[in-house]
Design a protein around this ligand. Structure first.
Ligand SMILES: *[C@@H]1O[C@H](CO)[C@@H](O)[C@H](O)[C@H]1NC(C)=O
Ligand SMILES: *[C@@H]1O[C@H](CO)[C@@H](O)[C@H](O)[C@H]1NC(C)=O
Ligand SMILES: *[C@@H]1O[C@H](CO)[C@@H](O)[C@H](O)[C@H]1NC(C)=O
Ligand SMILES: *[C@@H]1O[C@H](CO)[C@@H](O)[C@H](O)[C@H]1NC(C)=O
Ligand SMILES: *[C@@H]1O[C@H](CO)[C@@H](O)[C@H](O)[C@H]1NC(C)=O
Ligand SMILES: *[C@@H]1O[C@H](CO)[C@@H](O)[C@H](O)[C@H]1NC(C)=O
Ligand SMILES: *[C@@H]1O[C@H](CO)[C@@H](O)[C@H](O)[C@H]1NC(C)=O
Ligand SMILES: *[C@@H]1O[C@H](CO)[C@@H](O)[C@H](O)[C@H]1NC(C)=O
Ligand SMILES: *[C@@H]1O[C@H](CO)[C@@H](O)[C@H](O)[C@H]1NC(C)=O
Ligand SMILES: CC(=O)N[C@H]1CO[C@H](CO)[C@@H](O)[C@@H]1O
Length: 874
């Protein structure tokens, strides 16, 4: 901890003026000392902007002010500080306000359902639903997840995810998020946030930011390496804005009530005490009105994180179950000893309560009726402290009929990569062979490994905290069996991938073979088959390639179905004549088998498209993850030298032809594109936001007498539980911090509550509202030229034209359902943000002088239609 405090001080000594961020994108090599980003520093920015009720937050802000005005200092501290790991029913809980009958807020994973609970649904993962490219599905899934959380008593759902974005496909948690493309991720996160919050639950968009790998994400001991400080993702200002921040801006604009700061460092400053990213970028430029919550134990300082904009610490203790907190008593102390101004604590409380009212929690609240740590009906309310024995699990079934849309969405998210004409199957095949342990149940059942930390049986979600328990898992084998048996066919399977003789014997006889293979990944605290969260490679697991080879050597009609967390290498089999079809089914959730049967047998016509690129080697994707510390115990320097060139942008730049490009997917019908129409929409000139904020409000007063904050005599203290009280009137003693009162110089301006200059690129949640001015509409005619009705995901790309710009960037899409022989009109809007680049000098978005072209097409490389954009008046 001392090391971190010193690191913070070193940064704090830099004068806080206009922020200077690394603005180089000069191409480096790999993560070497010679990189211009190596040891990059994050500039300070203070004070932390206070909530103003901008955008549509005015009513929620007013209610929050009324509520917080009634609170005592201790009550405000309670609202911001978690009560400790496993102290209450949820994965995170803050203190309550009994005087006002206000229950503790409950934070619960995950981005794909309610974690650690029974009678809940297991939805398709984020990275899978992204492949539907269907905004209606994004919203519906968000809403249904929100409903389930709400009915279990959850206040904050810890999702959706847009960090990691997916810089490198091996990143362990990429599948929790949507896509390495910022626009697809941005639209998906916005619709998901709206869905969750319309259900009356606060969404927590995470992890802010640059949490692109699991190895070394937090300081601590790592495998054989001993202590290694947290990895530092080093990047420049332009890459931040044009790539990684983009979907967070969309989440803020959609009103996300909460954002979780991440474990890693960014430019060598811990994310949860990074004043530049939290104060300047998120609360300043993006005008975020909700609250920043720490990832679990991602807070590494008290006062420093408070001044740098953190609003809630989770789960509240310095280390799990330490019974100590950087906040709690320390936050109380830092206010009464004058180190932290009252307005900063008031602002944190206001932001939390504004989010609460913004989503209507005051009208949607249900008491928590489950307990994360055990499934028994009776047990300890305070699991770790072994206190409060009673009814803890009411086993409330919150699933409604969500299984229907889970099945449909999983089918809509399935991508057909190859089809020589064998699909759809008729279901009357004489003899069907099913192969692979990915086709069937794992021996421990679908929830048999803690947090799904194993790869046994069919893969329908990754591992780690981003999971929920399956109520059931329909396997591909049972769904296929039921389909074929009901048609009077023959179906047999070999689900031992290494039973070579049996595989060959069956494959030789069948009319069609369906081979199921997979690749898994997850969160770094669990290692599966040697993969510490991040994947070690992009190849199939469980000897999947050998399995495919062994089947296809004996069967000229072999269909491959891939369940994977992201791209996998298909080089060894995709172009074999005996492989007649390839289907990517992602991580489909509980209805996996039914959804794949719907696709294979043509009940649904596939319309999903790849939300990432499938290349032919891991190196094509750009810099590798860092798997070993570089200099002893120091922060590994992860230099994002490739800038904005990840996924398809990297392939385009290096002129590498991928096996299956971003946006690619086949259908059982065909589509034709014609008749592009671009219309200019009148818009006013872009004006930078100017002026000043009001002064920071303070709500109520507090006494500086330590006697007023002592433990109440009648309170039963649960072991290791975090409370806001002091256990001594001697402040240094109460803090238990050996550095208490050391004469630190806190950053200049950090406590200044006077009116502050507004940020030019800011002005409303998401950024300057004029960034969303529509400058063009783009239309095209899409005709279904085949004989089946089907869906086509029509994509809009732009070439921004400059020497540093990617060849094309996605800017919009729509999924159209079109009857056979009929045409539909595609319509998209191009906003000012869409045609702009981030300008580091003016710290704003600008439309460059370079000629810009709009494309409408079926994938990132099938750009059938194009037109020049006339930007002369903007
Ligand atoms: C990365 O660095 C190594 C060692 O300096 C060098 O051999 C290699 O070519 C570099 N890779 C790239 C992509 O520049
Ligand atoms: C703070 O929260 C704890 C836990 O819910 C509660 O016991 C305590 O009474 C609260 N303190 C105040 C001052 O409201
Ligand atoms: C206060 O914070 C320090 C670290 O800054 C920690 O060592 C100490 O245990 C905390 N005090 C309490 C009472 O939790
Ligand atoms: C890649 O990782 C998987 C999972 O650990 C493993 O099964 C496979 O053998 C590895 N592939 C290679 C080529 O090492
Ligand atoms: C394709 O399958 C046939 C059996 O139908 C087999 O004879 C042939 O060797 C296979 N070809 C390949 C390339 O595996
Ligand atoms: C597989 O081989 C059989 C026998 O030669 C042939 O009748 C059939 O059409 C082939 N199937 C495919 C999909 O090529
Ligand atoms: C504890 O004492 C305080 C102050 O006397 C009182 O307001 C509160 O109701 C008491 N709480 C309990 C649980 O008895
Ligand atoms: C005030 O309290 C905080 C939290 O315990 C502590 O870190 C800081 O050193 C204290 N400052 C002074 C001036 O006593
Ligand atoms: C970054 O841009 C700013 C503003 O244009 C300039 O003052 C600064 O020198 C640049 N820094 C680097 C490292 O190029
Ligand atoms: C058959 C199979 O793959 N079993 C695996 C189930 O998961 C455990 C834990 O990862 C592995 O040890 C088994 O090999």
């Amino acid at each position: 901890m001392l090391r971190l405090a010193q690191a913070f001080l070193a940064i704090a000594l830099v004068q806080a003026q206009s922020p200077q961020y690394p603005n180089t994108t000069s191409p480096g090599t790999n993560n070497t000392d010679s990189s211009p980003l190596n040891n990059a520093e994050s500039p300070p920015f203070y004070p932390s902007p206070w909530i103003e009720g901008t955008g549509d937050w005015a009513a929620a802000y007013a209610k929050a002010q009324a509520f917080v005005s009634q609170l005592t200092l201790l009550e405000k501290v309670n609202l911001t500080t978690g009560t400790g790991w496993q102290s209450e029913a949820c994965v995170g809980t803050v203190g309550s306000i009994p005087r006002l009958g206000f229950d503790s807020l409950c934070m619960q994973d995950s981005p794909l359902g309610v974690r650690f609970a029974d009678y809940v649904s297991a939805f398709p993962a984020g990275g899978t639903i992204a492949a539907s490219w269907d905004r209606g599905e994004f919203y519906r899934r968000g809403y249904q997840m929100g409903r389930e959380h709400r009915e279990k008593g959850v206040d904050v759902q810890l999702g959706p995810v847009v960090g990691p974005l997916g810089r490198n496909p091996k990143g362990g948690r990429n599948w929790e998020g949507f896509s390495p493309d910022p626009v697809l991720s941005g639209l998906a996160v916005a619709d998901t946030v709206r869905g969750i919050q319309d259900a009356g639950v606060i969404a927590c968009t995470k992890h802010y930011i640059m949490n692109e790998q699991e190895h070394f994400r937090s300081p601590g001991n790592f495998e054989d390496f001993g202590f290694v400080d947290a990895v530092s993702s080093n990047l420049d200002d332009k890459t931040l804005h044009e790539l990684y921040l983009w979907p967070f801006a969309d989440a803020v604009r959609a009103g996300t009530g909460s954002i979780m700061c991440s474990y890693n460092k960014v430019n060598n400053s811990q994310a949860c005490q990074n004043s530049y990213l939290q104060n300047y970028i998120l609360k300043g430029e993006l005008g975020f009105q909700g609250f920043i919550m720490s990832d679990w134990d991602a807070q590494h300082s008290g006062v420093a994180s408070t001044l740098a904009g953190l609003d809630m610490t989770m789960p509240g203790d310095t280390d799990f179950n330490s019974g100590q907190s950087f906040w709690g008593p320390n936050l109380t102390l830092s206010i009464i000893n004058g180190t932290v101004p009252q307005w900063r604590l008031d602002d944190a409380a206001l932001r939390i309560m504004a989010a609460y009212y913004y989503v209507g929690r005051d009208e949607a609240s249900v008491p928590v009726n489950f307990n994360s740590w055990v499934r028994d009906t009776y047990g300890y309310q305070h699991f770790f402290g072994k206190a409060g024995y009673g009814l803890i699990n009411q086993h409330v079934d919150v699933r409604a009929d969500h299984f229907r849309s889970i099945r449909r969405t999983a089918a809509k998210s399935t991508v057909l990569l190859k089809n020589t004409g064998v699909l759809p199957l008729s279901g009357t095949e004489k003899w069907t062979g099913v192969f692979g342990n990915d086709a069937t149940d794992g021996e421990y059942g679908p929830n048999g490994c803690p947090d799904h930390g194993c790869n046994n049986g069919t893969l329908a979600m990754g591992w780690g905290s981003g999971t929920s328990d399956f109520p059931y898992l329909v396997t591909p084998l049972e769904a296929i069996k039921s389909k074929i048996a009901s048609n009077g066919g023959v179906v047999q399977s070999v689900t031992d991938n290494w039973a070579y003789a049996q595989i060959a014997a069956l494959a030789k006889q069948v009319s069609v073979s369906i081979v199921f293979v997979n690749a898994d990944s997850g969160e770094g605290y669990i290692t599966v088959d040697g993969n510490a969260g991040d994947r070690n490679n992009l190849t199939l697991w469980q000897d999947g390639e050998a399995l495919i080879r062994n089947v296809s050597a004996n069967c000229n009609n072999t269909i491959v179905v891939i369940h994977s967390v992201g791209p996998v290498l298909v080089n060894s089999f995709y172009d074999s004549d005996n492989i007649t079809a390839i289907v990517w089914a992602g991580l489909p959730g509980q209805e996996s088998g039914n959804a794949i049967v719907d696709i294979l047998y043509g009940r649904e016509n596939p319309g999903g498209k790849l939300p990432f690129t499938i290349g032919s080697s891991a190196s094509e994707y750009g810099p590798d993850l860092i798997y070993e510390p570089i200099n002893d115990h120091d922060s590994p320097q992860d230099n994002f030298e490739e800038g904005v060139f990840i996924d398809y942008r990297a392939f385009d730049k290096q002129n590498i032809t991928p096996v299956y490009e971003f946006g690619f997917g086949l259908s059982y019908t065909t589509f034709n594109y014609s008749n592009i129409k671009v219309a200019k929409v009148p818009a006013s000139k872009y004006t930078p936001t100017t002026g000043q904020t009001k002064a920071a409000p303070t709500l109520g007063n507090y006494s500086t007498d330590a006697a007023d904050y002592q433990w109440p005599a009648n309170l039963t203290h649960v072991n290791t539980y975090i409370y806001p009280y002091l256990n001594s009137t001697d402040l240094a003693k109460a803090s238990q911090d050996r550095d208490y009162g050391l004469n630190y110089t806190w950053p200049e301006g950090a406590t200044d509550g006077s009116p502050q200059a507004r940020i030019a690129a800011g002005g409303a949640p998401g950024g300057n509202p004029q960034l969303w001015d529509v400058l063009f509409t783009v239309g095209a005619t899409i005709t279904n030229t085949g004989s089946r009705s089907g869906d086509e995901v029509v994509q809009v790309y732009l070439s921004l034209g400059g020497p540093e710009d990617p060849k094309v960037v996605l800017r919009g899409f729509d999924r159209l359902s079109i009857q056979a022989g009929k045409s539909a009109t595609f319509q998209a809007e191009i906003t000012r943000r869409d045609v702009s680049n981030w300008d580091t000098a003016s710290q704003n978005w600008v439309i460059t002088k370079f000629p810009k072209t709009v494309y409408v097409g079926a994938s990132s490389r099938k750009l059938a239609l194009s037109a020049k954009l006339d930007l002369s008046d903007f």
